[in-house]
Ligand binder design. Structure first.
Ligand SMILES: NC(=O)c1ccc[n+]([C@@H]2O[C@H](COP(=O)([O-])OP(=O)(O)OC[C@H]3O[C@@H](n4cnc5c(N)ncnc54)[C@H](O)[C@@H]3O)[C@@H](O)[C@H]2O)c1
Length: 321
C-alpha cells in the first residue's frame, strides 16, 4: 500500500465497514468513520462493531447522514482525506421491493453528495462498494466486469447501478479518481442479521424451519469478509488508472443446500428445511470472474466456505453467550 494516511470509511459501523476500519487502524492509518447508525438492523449491533476502534487514538467517529449534503461536505473539508472508501448504503435485496425510494435516496442521492463534496474539496481517491446484484438474472457466469448490465431484478440493484453510473460520470467529467468494487455475498463475523448465513444459523438454533428459495437449487459466490477487506486495502494503493471496476468475490460457487449443510456441521445441529419457489428480486446464481482484480490488485481470496462458516458460527455463539 502507498503512503495514504487519512482514510474515511462511510458506513464504517456496519458489517464490512467496521471490519475494514479495524484492519486500516492495525496498519497504522488515520481513519474517520461516517455512519448514521440507521435502523435497517439493530444500531446497538453497530455500536458493538465499533467498540475496538473507539479505543484507538487514530480513529474518529463522525455521526452523520450521507443524505445530508452539509454533513458530507464538512467532513471532507475537515479531514481532507487521501481516500474515501464508500461503503454506506441501504443494503438488502428483498426489502428494496417494499421500500424502493429509500434505496434511491441513500444509494444514489447519498453517493452524489459524496461525489460533489469530493470534487469541491480535496479530490480524494474514491473506492465505492457496489454489488454482484448489478449483473442481474441473465448474465452468463462467471460474471465479468465488462458484461452488459441489462437484466436487473431489484430496486436495490437498480440503485447500485445508478450509483455506478454517477461515479463513472464524475470520474470522466471532473477527473476524480474512482474505483468501483462489486462485492459478492459477503459473510463472516458481524454479518448483517438479514443475510442467509446469519439468519439460518439463528433459525437452526431456535428450531425454526428454513425456507430454501428456488428449491435450494441456487448458488452464490460467498466471500469471506477478510478477503473483501483485503481487496479494498489493495485498492487504496492502486493508482494506475482514474477509473476502474473490479469484482471482489471468492471465485467459487456454493449451492444453497451445501451452505446449509456447512452451517449444520458447524453447529452440530440439523436444520428443518422446506423447499420454496424463487423469491422476487433474487438472482438464481452468482459467480465472480476475479481475474481483473487478481491481475491489477494482486487480490487473492483465501477463505473457503468450510473454513469461513465455522468462523462465523464461532463469532455468533460467542456473542450470544
Ligand atoms: N454484505 C454483502 O453481502 C454485500 C454484498 C454486496 C455489496 N454489499 C455492499 O457493501 C456495503 C456494506 O454492506 P454491509 O453488509 O456491511 O451493510 P451494513 O448495513 O452492515 O453497513 C452499512 C452501514 O451504512 C450505514 N448507513 C446506511 N445509511 C446511511 C446514511 N444515509 N448515512 C450514513 N451511514 C449510513 C449503516 O448504518 C451501516 O452501518 C453496502 O454498500 C452494500 O451494498 C454488501
Amino acid at each position: 500500500m502507498v503512503a495514504t494516511v487519512r482514510i474515511i470509511v462511510t458506513g464504517g459501523a456496519g458489517f464490512i465497514g467496521s471490519t475494514l476500519v479495524d484492519r486500516l487502524l492495525d496498519m497504522g492509518h488515520e481513519v474517520g468513520c461516517l455512519d448514521n447508525f440507521d435502523e435497517y438492523y439493530s444500531p446497538a449491533a453497530k455500536r458493538r462493531n465499533i467498540e475496538p476502534a473507539l479505543q484507538h487514538p487514530a480513529y474518529r467517529l463522525f455521526e452523520g447522514d450521507l443524505r445530508d449534503q452539509s454533513d458530507v461536505r464538512e467532513l471532507l473539508e475537515e479531514v481532507q482525506p487521501d481516500a474515501v472508501v464508500h461503503i454506506a448504503a441501504r443494503a438488502g435485496v428483498r426489502p428494496s421491493l417494499e421500500e424502493p425510494r429509500i434505496y434511491v435516496d441513500v444509494n444514489i442521492h447519498g453517493t452524489l453528495n459524496l461525489l460533489d463534496a469530493a470534487r469541491d474539496t480535496c479530490q480524494p481517491h474514491l473506492l465505492i462498494a457496489s454489488t454482484s446484484s448489478v449483473y442481474g438474472a441473465e448474465t452468463e457466469v462467471p460474471f465479468r466486469e465488462d458484461a452488459p448490465l441489462t437484466s436487473i431484478v431489484s430496486p436495490y440493484a437498480a440503485s447500485k447501478l445508478g450509483m455506478e453510473a454517477m461515479c463513472h460520470t464524475y470520474s470522466q467529467v471532473y477527473d476524480l479518481p474512482i474505483h468501483v468494487f462489486r462485492l459478492f455475498t459477503v459473510y463472516g463475523p458481524r454479518q448483517r442479521p438479514d443475510m442467509a448465513i446469519h439468519k439460518f444459523t439463528r433459525m437452526i438454533l431456535e428450531g425454526e424451519t428454513i425456507q430454501l428459495y428456488a428449491h435450494g437449487e441456487t448458488y452464490r459466490d460467498y466471500t469471506y469478509v477478510d478477503d473483501i477487506v483485503d481487496g479494498f486495502v489493495r485498492g487504496i494503493g492502486y493508482d494506475a488508472s482514474p477509473w476502474g471496476v473490479f469484482n471482489l468475490g471468492g471465485g467459487r460457487p456454493t449451492y444453497l443446500t451445501d451452505l446449509v449443510a456447512e452451517i449444520e456441521k458447524a453447529l452440530g445441529k440439523e436444520a428443518k428445511v422446506e423447499k420454496a419457489p424463487p423469491a422476487d428480486g433474487d438472482v438464481p446464481r452468482t459467480l465472480a470472474d476475479i481475474s481483473r482484480a487478481r491481475e491489477h490488485l494482486g487480490y487473492d481470496p483465501k477463505v473457503t466456505i468450510p473454513e469461513g462458516v465455522p468462523k462465523f458460527v464461532e463469532w455468533y455463539l460467542s456473542r450470544e453467550g
